[in-house]
Design a protein around this ligand. Sequence first.
Ligand code: ATP
Ligand code: MG
Length: 422
Amino acid sequence: MNDILPPDSARWEWLEDKVRGLMQRYAYRNIRTPIVEPTPLFVRGLGEVTDIVEKEMYSFEDRLNGEQLTLRPEATAGVVRAVVESNLLYDGGKRLYYMGPMFRHERPQRGRYRQFHQIGAEALGFHGAEVDAELILLADALWKELGLQNVRLELNSLGQPEERRAHRAALIAYFEQNLELLDEEAKRRLHSNPLRILDTKNPAMQALVQLAPRLLDFLGEASRTHLDTVTSILDANGVAWSINPRLVRGMDYYNLTVFEFITDQLGSQGTICGGGRYDYLIEQIGGKAAPAVGWALGVERVLELVKEAGLATVTPVPDAYAVVPDAATLPLVSSVVQALRGAGVSVQMHSPSGAAGEGMGSMKSQFKKADASGARFALIFGADELAQGQVTVKSLRDGSGAQTTQSLSAAAQWATLLQSTD
Ligand code: ATP
Ligand code: MG
């Protein structure tokens, strides 16, 4: 679990701002659900025989009532629970997005943490393949907005339950013929959840999995059409895709479309975003049956990619730094600074660091701090200037050191001078 500290946290805010703007343009609305949910929500929702439920959940007992609780390992189940509880679909489908921390007890490594963060988008109540495509286009637009290249899209269809049943039988037969090649986990899952074996991360089993019967070959007309509609919309929008018949995703709730966005630039943790359709989850969680589709991206991985690609993100700096030689003037100075802030200027106030009793510090040390702050201007509240109702505004960035004198009482009028436009 990581602390996210400045200046790195600026990159997080930069991403979050981009996401908010984009979600607004696609008409997705923000939803915030609790970090803690009843354990059965995830066990039922994600599936008992999944990596997350079998070994990755942070679960504990509520000391007061003995209820089993879990720190959310993902947010879709919680979003669905909230939507059902609040009957949010009463007047039609809803497009939602969230951002926040998730918790999985995994072996920590680059791009894999125990508290990590996801941003996700969910469209609930819509059955059309155009909504699957819309979500994919939304994610693709985000990569473009962030300046990311070399992200590829893999697609698959998990079909419908009856198609899955036929495939499941073929899969079990295939694995039974190759029993000696299965690891312990795969043997255990062979009859409870054979599809999960396809999601194995064990390198020794990749060849076996490659040759396994493909669910794609078991799809009926309607499922194929659904996939074709998604891909033709992607084609019409110039979004490249490829079919990966082994793509099954880590949770049991998916059907029809599943997809992942993958990069080769992050080593083995290359999946930055994954999602798909989950038409049966709402009913399973106790709501009236309704279709849904969504995705989640891993914030740490996306930001690592941003960093890796050397993309510059905005580091916030104040517009101005207030240099205050004499502590006795602080009440007056603070009222001017407040007026500037009220007019939209970002002002960092000088305050001496460390132990008390040193005064405000020399002009030299205050200018050093002003420089280090990155501010474009220093506001020099010298005693002489203040006595005349004025402040000196000194340029710090353009090398000119140009100074002007401004009236204290008219701060709101010259505030725009200070606001950086670049
Ligand atoms: P993986 O196959 O890498 O374990 P997953 O299939 O378990 O991923 P999802 O549950 O689909 O992942 O979550 C969506 C995204 O969240 C992933 O594509 C990844 O970017 C990110 N993610 C998942 N688990 C972690 C983690 N432990 N640390 C950091 N990011 C994660
Ligand atoms: Mg995982």
